[in-house]
Design a protein around this ligand. Structure first.
Ligand SMILES: [Zn+2]
Length: 247
């Protein structure tokens, strides 16, 4: 069972020292980020990396070095800026081993839209399959690398670790073929729904059903006739009884 690659809109960044240095990446982790400000379209982030930072952009007199392999938008569109065998500048010391995904968020708590969540699970599960990674161990947050004092990124997942665990489980189950993309439920939208794996509810219950074989001696539409027949059979030593049966 293998996952189909999700649709990706290619927005290749030109090689430049601020975001796409062209150095080799052998990815062993996938790092999740958030774009920083809720309800700002991810395509703005793509444009910022490709058209501003890549041309040399100074903040407080210092050049910004920033980029990401992928950006996921509020409508679930996945943009790719940098090939996964090249390094980007997103995850500090993990840049040498992590694929980075910037994800647009919504609402005060920076959670994910349903479309974004689905796209995020699909992309991460596919990347883990493509690179031979383990969804439960090899999917990390930016904060896992730099620590909470440096940055809460992605802020929703860092503040709600059980949602990050569910997200990784969804990626794992998709990669394992236990669920389909269309069945993925967004566990971050406050509705309390989580993705269910079909046919697993009774997996731990041992079945005690067994088959029995009945001997039927006759069927009667009149109850008195049936009881009379049962009485006759009992007299002959059979353990007969009358059972109503709808036909
Ligand atoms: Zn980050």
């Amino acid at each position: 069972m293998s996952i189909k690659k999700p649709n990706v809109v290619e927005k290749w960044q030109k090689k430049n020292k601020y975001g796409r240095p062209g150095t080799t990446l052998k990815a062993t982790k996938v790092a999740i980020h958030y774009t920083g400000e809720a309800d700002v379209p991810g395509k703005n982030t793509v444009s910022y990396f490709n058209n501003v930072v890549a041309n040399g952009y100074k903040v407080n007199g210092k050049y910004v070095y920033a980029s990401a392999h992928y950006v996921i938008d509020l409508d679930g569109t996945i943009y790719q800026l940098i090939p996964t065998n090249e390094r980007c500048y997103a995850t500090n010391e993990a840049n040498s081993y992590a694929i980075a995904i910037e994800v647009a968020t919504t609402g005060k708590d920076n959670h994910y839209t349903d479309a974004t969540y689905k796209a995020m699970v699909h992309l991460v599960a596919w990347l883990c399959q493509y690179k031979g990674l383990d969804c439960k161990k090899d999917v990390i947050t930016h904060t896992d690398v730099v620590g909470k004092n440096y940055k809460l990124c992605p802020v929703y997942m860092v503040k709600n670790p059980s949602k990050m665990t569910q997200f990784k489980l969804d990626c794992y189950n998709l990669k394992a073929g236990k669920i389909n993309v269309k069945d993925i439920k967004n566990c971050t939208n406050g509705k309390g729904e989580v993705t269910k794996v079909p046919n697993t509810t009774n997996n731990n219950t041992t079945t005690t059903e067994k088959t029995v074989y009945r001997v039927i001696a006759g069927s009667y539409s009149n109850k008195d006739t049936a009881e009379k027949q049962a009485k006759e059979l009992k007299k002959k030593g059979y353990d007969a009884f009358v059972a109503p049966y709808n036909v």
